[in-house]
Design a protein around this ligand. Structure first.
Ligand code: PLP
Length: 414
């Protein structure tokens, strides 16, 4: 699909042709059943009607159906936040003593989830570099249940060969989960062989920063021949026998959402739907802006400041950018000002960019990394994640790119 097709898909599937044209908000926490038989049918899944808002509501369902089409999936579950979606999936599948294989650097919250929270519950992890295929394959030989990967490293901007990693996961019958937050529409991980795609809809999907939200999108399960039938997933087999094609959704609902409650709320999902209508227009615009801004700043930088983006020919991922990310790799580029003091001065000189911890906003955002999101990380972790003393992450918005270029140039040269 290209941006043109996504424009049609998104506006047509979000709006209603009759009655209220905007999506309906159903804020009810509970739903009345017609009679006792219907209550039983809803609980056993024979009738697909709302049961109780912790496990779904009609506004979330609308959002889930649109994003399922957008990601070419089989079904989806909307959650309270991006971290909610990641926690839901990992908690549903992993048990104590299982090992999670993490490829590349992670968003701060995901990194602490696997290194601190899941560790407390006895879930082990190992980290591999995105292009160290030998190490990845070695780890996959040891009964790994989940491989977790971000479509684009944030803020490292490393670009993985997703298909190659998916093929390895297929060979070793291991679930591949991809966090596609920074590249909606630009990458479709399920088409490349991933099993579950996760988004923080707080970011690019909404664009307006008015709603915190997340979503997990699932592929169809084949209950005759599926990697989930590998003996290492044996505790899931009774659920797969009952749920068939929709097993991954049932597993997440029954083993996470129901018991932990990282559920999306109707008003949040409504706001996400409003943003989603214009996603294709915005993604196209933002990704053009990033390439223009990175190129222009790169050729005008003083010697001691560097601009990093995979579209620049000096980048180590320039080849992967041209092969796999032809329309862009998301809203982020980084500036390395070498020392923290210089980074702070540059940031405080900016007139247009907002200093905040978010990305994927309609406005341009900037943040010093080491003193904020990564302040509690030890030096070894920061080195692995590529967090240097002077690193600034910029998330480009919809503004006139020349205005953003001018703003950074005046801030740097002041
Ligand atoms: C923001 C972000 C998350 C977490 O999403 P929240 O909605 O803030 O919980 C996860 N992954 C990536 C890549 C993100 O940028």
């Amino acid at each position: 699909m290209n941006f043109e097709d996504f424009n049609t898909l998104l506006v047509q599937s979000i709006g209603n042709k009759t009655g209220a044209t905007a999506p309906t908000i159903t804020p009810s926490a509970s739903f009345g059943y017609k009679d006792a038989k219907q209550a039983e049918d809803i609980f056993c899944g024979a009738q697909n009607l709302p049961l109780y808002a912790r496990v779904g509501n009609p506004t979330n369902s609308k959002l889930e159906s649109v994003i399922t089409k957008m990601e070419n999936g089989f079904g989806a579950i909307a959650t309270s936040s991006g971290m909610g979606a990641i926690s839901m999936v990992l908690n549903a599948i992993l048990n104590t003593n299982d090992e999670l294989l993490c490829i590349g650097g992670f968003f701060g919250g995901t990194y602490t989830l696997v290194n601190q929270t899941l560790k407390r519950f006895g879930i082990k992890n190992s980290f591999c570099k995105i292009d160290d295929f030998l190490h990845i394959e070695n780890r996959l030989k040891s009964n790994i249940k989940i491989v977790l990967l971000e479509s684009v490293g944030n803020p490292s901007l490393r670009l993985p060969d997703i298909e190659k990693i998916a093929n390895l996961c297929k060979k070793y019958e291991t679930l591949l989960i991809i966090d596609n937050t920074t590249t909606p529409l630009l990458v479709q991980p399920l088409n490349l062989g991933a099993d579950i795609v996760i988004h923080s809809s707080t970011k690019n999907m909404s664009g307006h920063s008015a709603a915190l939200g997340g979503i997990a999108v699932f592929r169809e399960v084949d209950n005759q021949d599926d990697k989930l039938l590998n003996p290492k997933y044996k505790d899931l087999h009774p659920l797969i026998e009952k749920a068939g094609k929709k097993s991954l959704i049932t597993i997440c609902k029954k083993r996470s959402l129901r018991d932990i409650g990282m559920s999306a709320n109707a008003f949040g999902s409504f706001l996400t739907l409003l943003g989603l209508e214009t996603l294709a227009l915005r993604v196209e615009r933002v990704n053009k802006n990033v390439a223009i801004i990175a190129k222009e700043l790169n050729s005008n930088m003083p010697k001691n400041i560097t601009i990093n983006h995979p579209s620049l020919s000096k980048s180590i991922d320039f080849e992967n950018y041209n092969r796999f990310f032809k329309s862009g790799c998301g809203p982020i580029f980084t500036i390395d000002a070498q020392i923290q003091q210089k980074a702070f001065k540059l940031l405080d000189n900016l007139k247009l960019a907002t200093q905040t911890a978010n990305i994927g906003d309609n406005r341009t955002l900037a943040l010093h990394m080491k003193s904020t999101i990564y302040r509690d990380f030890d030096d070894k972790s920061r080195e692995f994640l590529g967090i240097t003393d002077g690193l600034i992450r910029v998330s480009v918005g919809l503004e006139n790119p020349q205005d953003i270029i001018n703003d950074f140039l005046q801030a740097i040269n002041d």
